[in-house]
Design a protein around this ligand. Structure first.
Ligand code: PLP
Length: 452
């Protein structure tokens, strides 16, 4: 019998399960394969060159093809490709990266635990928080509060703190100890632009939820993204993060800032907490930490939490939490070089300079007939499309507009994220130049015009 080569598309269809993809839809549509990238540009298998306005999955913050990162990874692989962090072993890159993170993060955070990405950073945070409250003699603090439309990853624990329907449906989530309060969504709020009222309402909703759960003695922590990413780039009013942080402090509830997307320059400064002068008890990071060149995430925690666990563990053998690849030396070497590029390589400063063009370009789309709202901070932004600008009414889901938007954008040479509520998410790399930024928006405008 003759052998036949099967196409990559067929093999993919038959065997590979894609993350966050409809099984049926994928079989019908097939995969898009990207093959190479340089700076802001990616090339697909058919030779099409596209502007990536989403930095991969909001992670390739330094752009593609940064040779110094490739060198750092290769050099570490050659020297020592693997070193465990277990049983008092360690590796130099992991130690140096932990030190660098503590230098750069809000000053409340002094200890770093490395993970493979954001989901297991969130998961690890829950494990450590549980351990901490038990260790310091407050074992009734078991409930967690997060935001509707929040995203905290896809682990069996974190997906319950996430509040997006597809992550709960048929997964038996959220769990009974996972709760959500409404997100501060100015465009969809009956309070309009009244920032103070939106903030006051969020704080009141948080306090009401704590009361409903029997008071602060039953509540372990509040988790939030400083700007909600996967929920549709929802930007709370300035001052919201601080108000929530203060509410947590007043009630002795731990405050975790999930900076997996907002970290590493995405919103302007290195961390969004910095912008709002917020000192969280814990922070989760991933994505921009290694800019997608190698998998890595981290949980940063305060000295108080670390010491609470350490004190109680006196005499006990080990704190039973860790991964084979915690602090992987190749990922850590990559992280060190990526951070050098942000800070000494000028990429953070370039991102900050480009943020002005980004805001102006977003604003210029506001009067487009399909656009209800534009919003953003730094190089994180969204364009929310509506069927009726006055009513702010959403398009009928049967139109499958997000799918059409993405395909049309791709045909016009730009990649962005098209969320379910007809929200276009944008997160260009921080290395973007002025001409590329202008081209991204020309192509987005054309895409919107094409759909009229
Ligand atoms: N937390 C936030 C805020 C995220 O946006 C994400 C991913 O998008 C995660 C956690 C999960 O990270 P990962 O996909 O690396 O597991």
């Amino acid at each position: 019998m003759l052998k036949r080569n099967r196409s990559l598309l067929d093999i993919d269809r038959d065997h590979l399960i894609h993350p966050v993809t409809s099984f049926h839809g994928h079989e019908a549509r097939g995969a898009t394969f990207l093959e190479s990238g340089k700076g802001m540009w990616v090339k697909d298998r058919d030779g099409n060159e596209l502007l990536d306005a989403f930095a991969g999955l909001w992670c390739v913050n330094v752009g593609y093809g940064q040779e110094s990162i490739v060198e750092a990874a290769a050099e570490q692989m050659r020297r020592l490709p693997y070193a465990t962090g277990y049983f008092h072993f360690g590796s130099e890159p992991a130690v140096k990266l932990a030190e660098r993170l503590v230098q750069l993060a809000p000053s409340s955070l002094t200890r770093v635990f490395f993970t493979l990405g954001g989901s297991d950073a969130v998961d690890s945070a829950v494990r450590y928080i549980t351990h901490y409250w038990n260790a310091v003699g407050k074992p009734t603090k078991k409930h967690y509060i997060a935001l509707e439309r929040g995203y905290h990853g896809s682990s069996s624990t974190g997906a319950g703190l996430t509040a997006l329907a597809n992550f709960h449906r048929l997964f038996d989530l959220p769990r009974p100890w996972q709760h959500h309060i409404p997100s501060p969504y100015p465009y969809r709020s009956d309070l309009g632009d009244d920032a103070a009222a939106i903030i006051a309402r969020s704080v009141a909703q948080f306090q009401a939820k704590v009361d409903e759960l029997g008071g602060p003695d039953n509540v372990a922590a509040f988790f939030c993204e400083p700007i909600q990413g996967s929920g549709g780039v929802i930007v709370p009013p300035k001052g919201w993060l601080k108000a929530m942080r203060d509410a947590c402090r007043d009630l002795d509830i731990l405050f975790l800032a999930d900076e997996v997307i907002t970290g590493f320059g995405r919103t302007g400064p290195l961390f969004a907490c910095e912008q709002e002068e917020v000192e969280p008890d814990l922070m989760t990071v991933a994505k921009g930490l290694t800019a997608g060149y190698a998998p890595m995430g981290a949980v940063l925690m305060s000295e108080e939490i670390y010491q609470g666990i350490a004190e109680a563990a006196k005499g006990a053998d080990v704190i039973g939490h860790g991964f084979t690849y915690s602090g992987h030396p190749v990922s850590a070497a990559v992280g060190l070089e990526v951070i050098r590029l942000y800070t000494e390589g000028g990429i953070l400063a370039n991102g900050q300079a480009r943020a002005e063009d980004f805001a102006a370009e977003l604003e210029s789309l506001a009067d487009h007939p399909l656009v209800g709202d534009v919003r953003g901070r730094g190089l994180l932004g969204a364009i929310e499309l509506v069927a009726d600008k006055q009513q702010k009414s959403r398009f009928d889901p049967s139109l499958k507009l997000p799918d059409r938007l993405f395909k049309q954008g791709y045909a016009n040479g730009v990649i962005f994220r098209a969320f379910g509520d007809n929200i276009i998410g944008l997160a260009p790399a921080l290395c973007c130049n002025a001409a590329e930024m202008a081209l991204i928006f020309q192509r987005i405008r054309k895409t919107l015009d094409d759909l009229l």
